[in-house]
Design a protein around this ligand. Structure first.
Ligand code: T46
Length: 145
């Protein structure tokens, strides 16, 4: 989806991961020219119990690409007005999540692994972890600036 809060585009969209497949299997890759943003950090989340939800926050500035490299994970994106659910279950498809999106990640299968490429280094001050604060920021046009 490409959503709009107060006139600016806030994007959540599925994107293809370059993948080379032959009789020996598949190899997916990303590089810094693959997307509109440059990533400086990668992290991966695993050993999450099935049905457990992580996330529950938004970012002030961070842009990220989420790839479920194994298993199945449901991503919920909320722009403050509507929610959209995407199941990531194919390593050749990623989900770009821009700034200003409240997200949760729900593990649908045991052993699922989420790989994330991030546009900034880790900075706790970029997180909005309180939903009411997120809604207030969205309504006040924080991401319009
Ligand atoms: C996001 C979703 C998709 C670090 O020290 N460095 C890091 O690079 C990250 C990502 C986290 N941390 C620390 C911060 C917390 O003490 O690791 C702990 C767990 O982080 P958090 O509870 O934020 O994890 P998730 O799975 O809820 O969210 C993570 C990312 O933090 C977040 O940016 O968009 O994955």
């Amino acid at each position: 989806m490409i959503v709009s809060i107060g006139g600016i585009r806030i994007e959540v969209r599925k994107t293809g991961i370059r993948t080379i497949t032959d009789s020996n299997g598949s190899l997916g890759f990303v590089q810094d020219t693959s997307f509109d943003f440059k990533f400086v950090r990668a992290y991966f989340i695993y050993d999450v119990p099935t049905s457990f939800e992580r996330g529950h926050h938004a970012h002030k500035a961070l842009e990220q690409l989420l790839i479920c490299v194994y298993g199945a994970i449901e991503i919920m994106c909320d722009d403050g007005e509507k929610k959209e659910y995407t199941v990531l279950d194919d390593p050749s498809r990623g989900l770009y999540v821009g700034k200003g999106i409240w997200r949760t990640m729900k593990w649908l299968k045991d052993d699922s692994v989420l790989l994330v490429l991030a546009s900034e280094y880790y900075d706790e001050s970029d997180y909005i972890r309180d939903y009411n604060e997120f809604i207030r920021h969205a309504k006040e046009g924080y991401w319009k600036r």
